[in-house]
Design a protein around this ligand. Structure first.
Ligand SMILES: Cc1cc2nc3c(=O)[nH]c(=O)nc-3n(C[C@H](O)[C@H](O)[C@H](O)COP(=O)(O)OP(=O)(O)OC[C@H]3O[C@@H](n4cnc5c(N)ncnc54)[C@H](O)[C@@H]3O)c2cc1C
Length: 455
């Protein structure tokens, strides 16, 4: 990046909000995946849309790569600046601009973290439902179309965004969508931007759909003799028409890791961790009765419904911390995180296949997932000295299986760097060509997060 560009940036934002310091560049050079570090040339912290627009105009003119940055919690290398350039960190654009409580909506800047936002929205009896375990930013969640434990009831980020303000590669600012829940006016640019990983534009404002905080809820635990049996019960529960607010599968290894937290003491066995929300205790009780019957008929070796609030909070905290717990238990080891999703009727097959593969390859790690959405993860570890090829081979097998079952190579982490090689197989050459043309129209000089999604 030439000195002129840096001088203009410094003039625009001031010394405090433009950095070439090694420490800042390293902090913005990798995410939480195992993809290698790439340093940006500079990091900038804009405070408003006009500044983002000016940064992009400058980058467009000088052909400088631009990479948006939220919390850097991605798991596929999504925000790694593989071609250097400028990282635009949205940390200082973190305000709630409006709460339309009567319409169950809020308007926010992209840098706000969803957990911080939900604390404030809780005062209005509302919350934004998509919940990736990490404390991600709304901009990063929109760019990756993040999902989480509550997606089975409330949808992914994509289902909870009504409108966006987006700065295009040339600095032009556009607004997409509206505050109406129903929208049928023309091409859906909002949902084109969602999941585009910062390759089509930078989000500077978002109008989000909210849900009322549930009045009555209960966590449910059921254990089974094998991961395959537990996965088969997932299909039964979804097929029965029950509406769980969360339905998570955890293999025995995952439970062992969760039990490392002294406040958690679960039976070590393949487990379904569920939650049900109801408008009244009566509706909740009848759902719990049905889920008990399905689990017992499906071979549950242990079943507990009506878990109290404190224990429920501890269990969900343990589930959300699972990723961190796994990494703490394997310091310095190589790791790989997988993320496939399949139609729910194929979930038992993909889960059983993956569990068998882990055991036949003798891999360490855990299998878990947002089972109610047909989403399966593993985090597996290998000694520092082992060949990368083993982990990649495992990933390839799991993805091929998911694609064979009419699923996807990524349910929620996005394409980033690691999933590009599966894109043609999943979508076909003709659809990929349409995606390339869209990218060409919106970002003709390929400055927005170059090297991602389509490569
Ligand atoms: C322990 C752990 C558990 C996780 N669990 C889940 C899970 O259950 N479900 C899930 O979906 N994910 C999960 N993730 C992954 C991650 O939290 C999500 O992908 C999240 O959406 C990333 O948000 P972020 O703010 O960290 O974005 P970043 O990682 O900073 O960026 C993500 C992408 O967004 C782009 N970007 C950032 N801001 C903008 C913007 N304003 N405009 C345009 N593009 C932008 C970046 O360039 C990048 O491509 C987990 C991660 C960890 C570490």
């Amino acid at each position: 990046m030439n000195a002129d560009v840096l001088a203009v940036l410094t003039n625009l934002l001031g010394d405090e909000r433009v950095s070439e310091k090694e420490a800042d560049r390293v902090l913005h050079g990798r995410d939480q995946s195992s993809h290698p570090l790439h340093l940006p040339d500079a990091v900038v912290w804009p405070q408003n849309t006009a500044e983002v627009s000016a940064i992009l105009r400058l980058a467009h003119e000088h052909r400088v790569p631009i990479v948006g940055w939220g919390a850097g919690s991605s798991l596929e290398g999504n925000p790694i600046p593989v071609q250097g350039g400028i990282v635009v960190d949205f940390q200082q654009m973190n305000q709630i601009l409006a709460v339309h409580a009567a319409d169950f909506q809020t308007v926010v800047q992209p840098g706000i973290f969803y957990k911080d936002m939900n604390k404030i929205l809780g005062q209005h009896g509302l919350f934004f439902a998509p919940d990736p375990g990490a404390n991600a930013s709304i901009g990063g969640m929109i760019a990756n179309n993040a999902a989480g434990t509550r997606t089975v009831k409330y949808g992914a980020t994509r289902d909870n965004v009504l409108a966006l303000e987006v700065v295009l590669a040339n600095g032009e600012v556009i607004r997409t969508g509206s505050r109406s829940v129903k929208q049928s006016a023309g091409y859906d640019l909002t949902h084109l931007i969602i999941g585009s990983e910062g390759t089509l534009g930078l989000v500077t404002e978002a109008t989000l759909k909210l849900a009322p905080l549930p009045e009555h809820f209960s966590a449910v635990l059921a254990t089974f003799g094998s991961t395959a049996v537990a996965a088969a019960v997932v299909y039964q529960i979804i097929g029965s028409g029950l509406g769980p607010a969360a339905l998570e599968l955890l293999d025995a290894a995952a439970i062992t890791y969760m039990n490392q937290d002294e406040s958690i003491n679960l039976p070590v066995a393949p487990t379904l961790l569920m939650e049900f929300h109801g408008p009244t205790t009566e509706t909740l009780q009848s759902e719990l009765q049905l889920v008990r019957e399905i689990c017992v008929d499906g071979g549950a070796t242990y079943f507990s419904a009506g878990v109290g609030r404190d224990e429920r909070d501890r269990l969900w905290h343990g589930r959300h911390q699972l990723g961190e717990t796994l990494f703490r238990a394997h310091p310095g080891e190589k790791y790989l995180i997988t993320d496939v999703a399949v139609p729910i009727s194929h979930y038992p097959e993909v889960a059983a296949y993956t569990a068998d593969l882990i055991s036949s390859m003798g891999l360490k790690g855990a299998l878990f997932g947002h089972a109610g959405d047909g989403n399966l993860h593993t985090v597996i570890f290998a000694p520092e000295t082992s060949k990368d090829a083993d982990l990649q081979w495992f990933n390839d097998q799991v993805v091929q299986k998911a694609l064979h079952l009419e699923g996807t190579c990524t349910g929620e982490h996005g394409v980033g760097i690691g999933k590009q090689k599966y894109m043609v197989h999943e979508h076909g050459e003709a659809a990929i060509e349409v995606m390339r043309q869209i990218k060409q129209v919106l970002d003709p000089h390929n400055i927005l997060n170059p090297g991602k999604v389509l490569g």
